[in-house]
Design a protein around this ligand. Structure first.
Ligand SMILES: Cc1cc2nc3c(=O)[nH]c(=O)nc-3n(C[C@H](O)[C@H](O)[C@H](O)COP(=O)(O)OP(=O)(O)OC[C@H]3O[C@@H](n4cnc5c(N)ncnc54)[C@H](O)[C@@H]3O)c2cc1C
Length: 285
């Protein structure tokens, strides 16, 4: 449980941080809250020679509204999101997901950017980012670019971030009127991570039918995914119990589910349908 030797630098500007990453290429890793990286280093699953701590950079921790979007700085902690009264009002899925992450210590140190960049298959944020059609902003010495959440999660612990890129901001379209949202998860009792987590954001039309739905699912497969078949079944449908259950039954269509000592692939698939039904029901109230 002792990490390999490494150097540590805490730059105070983003420019300095990206310059360090481009200088040290393969050998450097960004340190945010450290709640995934430090345990991985202690187990020697990660052995960076240099840690670039972005925790001292001012202006990476904020929640604001701009250009019809909610903009969240990558270093914003889970707790800051959980406790935002404004987010509870305009995008309740965010505080709801944040509040279900780990325990108080984890939520106080862990960051939304660190969680998304880590792409743990059992993390909560990826499901929410997918259901909210988030755009992730990445900065490097070459400039800045936006990556849609749908393209961001590539595989187990692998994202579309390129070497030298720092995730700087998460942008989420401010949900329309008549939007209902929910995040529900079956938590692994020892770790708190999602065995299955389902994020739902749906818009009703004036008659109360589902105009559009977005469903992000984590915990089931090697990466979080949008449950396209569920979304298709919900579009234009009346949101009654029978209809919701029929749509939720498609939660793992085309998905290769993971199995482990705690939950088999078959059990995860079952849980995904159950939690999708519950989350859609909660979002449609
Ligand atoms: C006991 C425990 C329980 C937990 N339970 C849960 C849970 O229930 N649900 C859940 O979702 N998570 C859980 N976590 C993980 C926690 O949410 C972490 O906060 C999160 O996974 C990583 O965020 P971090 O800020 O700590 O990132 P770090 O650990 O600092 O970094 C993680 C990885 O992302 C990279 N990185 C970090 N920030 C950036 C950035 N801005 N740009 C580019 N790369 C970056 C790092 O180089 C590293 O590879 C738990 C952790 C612990 C220790």
């Amino acid at each position: 449980m002792i990490p390999a030797q490494f150097d540590y630098i805490a730059p105070t500007t983003l420019d300095e941080a990206v310059a360090l990453l481009s200088q040290h290429a393969d050998d450097a890793k960004v340190l945010a809250g450290g709640h995934s990286l430090i345990p991985a280093m202690k187990l020697r699953l990660a052995q960076p020679q240099l840690l670039v701590d972005i925790g001292r950079i001012k202006g990476l921790s904020y929640i604001r509204e701009e250009g019809g979007q909610i903009r969240i700085g990558a270093m914003t902690t889970h707790y800051q999101i959980e406790s935002s009264a404004r987010l509870r009002e305009i995008c309740p899925l965010l505080p709801e997901a944040a509040g279900q992450i780990g325990d108080v210590q984890v939520r106080n140190k862990g960051t939304i950017g660190g969680s998304l960049a880590h792409s743990d298959p059992a993390a909560d944020w990826p499901a929410a980012a997918l259901a909210l059609d988030a755009e992730l902003r990445a900065v490097s010495s070459k400039g800045e670019r936006g990556i849609k959440a749908a393209d961001f999660f590539v595989d187990l612990f692998t994202t579309a971030l390129e070497q030298g890129e720092i995730l700087s901001e998460i942008r989420i379209p401010i949900p329309k009127a008549r939007t209902g949202q929910a995040y529900l998860k079956a938590a692994q009792p020892a770790s708190g991570f999602a065995v299955v987590g389902v994020a739902v954001s749906l818009v009703r039309d004036a008659a109360g039918k589902c105009e559009a739905a977005a469903v992000g699912i984590t915990g089931v497969a090697s990466k979080a995914y949008r449950a396209a078949a569920v979304e298709k079944a919900l579009a234009g449908a009346s949101l009654d119990e029978k209809m919701i259950a029929a749509a939720a039954a498609h939660a793992t269509d085309g998905i290769d589910a993971n199995g482990d000592l705690y939950a088999s692939a078959q059990y995860r698939k079952h849980l995904a349908a159950v939690y999708a039904r519950r989350a859609i029901t909660a979002a449609s109230r």
